[in-house]
Design a protein around this ligand. Structure first.
Ligand code: ADP
Length: 582
């Protein structure tokens, strides 16, 4: 209980109040007693003077034997006991005792003073009466000489009773004052301490993370000032936290949407932050990574070496690292934190870029190779013509036909390359319309029927009845069909069969072109959709190697999918599916 300020202040207040009241009571009791005794002294002295005056004639006439009767008479008139004493201390009269039995009073202090001409007084315990008494004596003068002393005495019981009563009143007042003091102190401290309690509660809640704290203040005192200062502080903390949280959220969004992997690592090399890209690129989970050392998480010594070098030297480290069986190429930058230990590691996955670079290089190599063949044959044909063949009209005509074919191939290649680049760059957007698939299939089949006949092939179509119209670019869709069927005819020996099938599963429309041709080896199969890729260069002589690449781009531009299945020597099936509602 006394650990609370409220009770400590109240207790101190009570102690001070009680001590003050006790001090005051003691003083008052003493003061009242003294006042009473002084008054009594004056009163008794007045009575003693009257007794002295009444006794004087008896001394003057030398009739001191009558003094006993006088003492008794006067004793009945005054409130106290009356004693008349001779100049030698002999008791001549006493209102309550027989003077003959009383000892000489010359030694009593009040009598000594009275015999010396002054008013004497004394308070002492009377053995005879067994209580405290007050004695006041005055001189009796006869014929200008002090002949004796008149004494009046009174028990102090009355005074003691009065003083006791006063003391009791003071004690009750003291108790009431102390209780009132304590109540006032408690009330005062409650008013003072309550806002402090509220402050403590609010601070505790803030420490627990609940920053929306405000204390209602009405008082204008120091505690009120403290509460207002607290409210201002809480408001600032809330604003600062909101700012920090907004910054942190922004940072989290940036980190999670970054394409590059980010690791924040502390001085011991333990992972403190990992972003989504890091999880994806390095195939790890944030939960497993956080708090573990970088090498435990990534398990690549080259990456860890870069990190360790940065941690040790405090300098930025960069490098290209190839990891894993898939030969992922990573560009790494490790930067030390400013002002605190640890490093930030940024990892870029350059695998795709390297693939693109390789594809670009392959494309240029393929292109120059593809160009070289017709150009070389054109050159050979012109040289042969110049060397004399031009003079043999039949040979020359044949040569010119061949030159024309080569020129057509070059033109076709230029045309297909242009088409491919237009589709890839999005320069030629799709012109979507509602396409009736069976009609498109029929048109393409008719265009190629003569070619199929010449090649000695059977051309058949299996179109599911009631196919829905699909949203597509009709011309491009026919181009895909044309490329697939053209290949099927080209790679199927005479006597074979080319079938076109179209069906739907309610979500997609799937068109397949199957042939009974030469087929494609499993090694070549995954690559046939690449630009310039020809599985069998000898047999594919006439083609550009661009037809399937164009088909793939067109299908993908329609959010569709294209794939090939094949068994070498038995035949191939090229299929593509398009969503019905794209
Ligand atoms: P090309 O102009 O050479 O036909 P494509 O891109 O259309 O170019 O085809 C690429 C290669 O895929 C062809 O050279 C061929 O080797 C193979 N190919 C395509 N279709 C078939 C098929 N139906 N049967 C066997 N091989 C095929």
């Amino acid at each position: 209980m006394f650990r609370s300020i409220r009770w400590r202040i109240a207790a101190a207040f009570a102690v001070v109040v009680v001590l003050c009241i006790i001090g005051l009571s003691l003083y008052l009791a003493q003061f009242v007693r003294n006042e009473h005794i002084d008054n009594l002294k004056v009163q008794l002295a007045d009575q003693a003077w009257i007794i002295a005056d009444s006794s004087t004639p008896h001394f003057a006439d030398d009739q001191t034997a009558d003094l006993q009767a006088l003492a008794i008479r006067l004793g009945n008139l005054v409130s106290g006991r009356v004693t008349i004493i001779a100049g030698d201390g002999t008791v001549l009269g006493d209102s309550e005792e027989d003077p003959a039995d009383m000892e000489n009073h010359s030694g009593r202090p009040e009598v000594v003073r009275a015999l010396s001409g002054e008013v004497g007084s004394s308070i002492r315990h009377s053995e005879t009466l067994g209580r405290d008494m007050m004695y006041v004596a005055v001189p009796i003068t006869a014929n200008s000489a002090i002949v004796g002393a008149a004494r009046v005495s009174l028990p102090l019981t009355a005074i003691n009773q009065t003083i006791g009563h006063i003391n009791r009143v003071i004690a009750v007042a003291a108790v009431i004052a102390a209780v009132l003091g304590i109540v006032a102190a408690l009330q005062l401290t409650r008013v003072t301490v309550n806002p402090i309690k509220k402050l403590t509660q609010a601070s505790r809640k803030m420490a627990e993370g609940d920053l929306a704290q405000e204390i209602q203040v009405t008082s204008r005192d120091e505690v009120g000032d403290l509460a207002r200062a607290f409210n201002r502080m809480a408001q600032r903390v809330k604003e600062t936290m909101a700012l920090v949280t907004a910054e942190r959220d922004k940072m989290a969004v940036i980190l999670s949407h970054m394409g590059d992997a980010i690791f924040a690592v502390d001085a011991e090399g333990r992972v403190a932050t990992v972003n989504t890209a890091a999880e994806k690129i390095l195939q790890l989970s944030r939960e497993d990574a956080l708090g573990h050392t970088f090498i435990e998480v990534v398990r690549d010594y080259e990456l860890d070496a870069l990190l360790q070098r940065c941690l040790k030297s405090g300098e930025e480290q960069t490098g290209l690292v190839e990891i894993g069986a898939k030969r992922q190429l990573l560009g790494v930058i490790v930067t030390p934190f400013k002002g605190e230990p640890g490093c930030l590691m940024l990892i870029q996955d350059l695998t795709e870029m390297r693939k693109l670079e390789t594809a670009r290089r392959d494309f240029i190599a393929n292109l120059s190779h593809e160009l070289r063949t017709p150009i070389a044959s054109l050159k050979a044909l012109t040289e042969t013509l110049r060397e004399g063949a031009i003079d043999a009209p039949s040979v020359a005509g044949d040569f010119l036909d061949k030159m024309n074919t080569e020129a057509d191939r070059l033109a076709q290649m230029a045309e297909e390359l242009g088409e491919l680049s237009r589709i890839e760059s999005g320069e030629a957007p799709l012109r979507k319309e509602s396409v009736e698939v069976s009609g498109a299939v029929a048109r393409v089949t008719e265009r190629l029927r003569a070619q199929a006949d010449r090649a000695g092939l059977l051309l058949e179509t299996q179109i599911e009845p009631g196919l829905p119209h699909i949203p597509a670019d009709g011309d491009r869709l026919e181009q895909v069909l044309l490329n697939l069927m053209h290949n099927a005819i080209k790679f199927t020996p005479p006597g074979g069969k080319v079938s076109i099938m179209a069906k739907t599963d309610g979500q997609c429309l799937t068109i397949s072109v199957a042939d009974t041709g030469v087929g494609i080896s499993p090694d070549d199969l995954p690559r046939v959709f690449e630009r310039f890729y020809k599985a069998d260069r000898a047999r594919a002589g006439g083609g550009t190697g661009l037809g399937l690449a164009i088909a793939k781009h067109i299908v993908e531009a329609h959010q569709g999918r294209i794939w090939a299945e094949s068994v070498e020597g038995k035949g191939s099936i090229f299929s593509f599916s398009l969503p019905l509602g794209s």
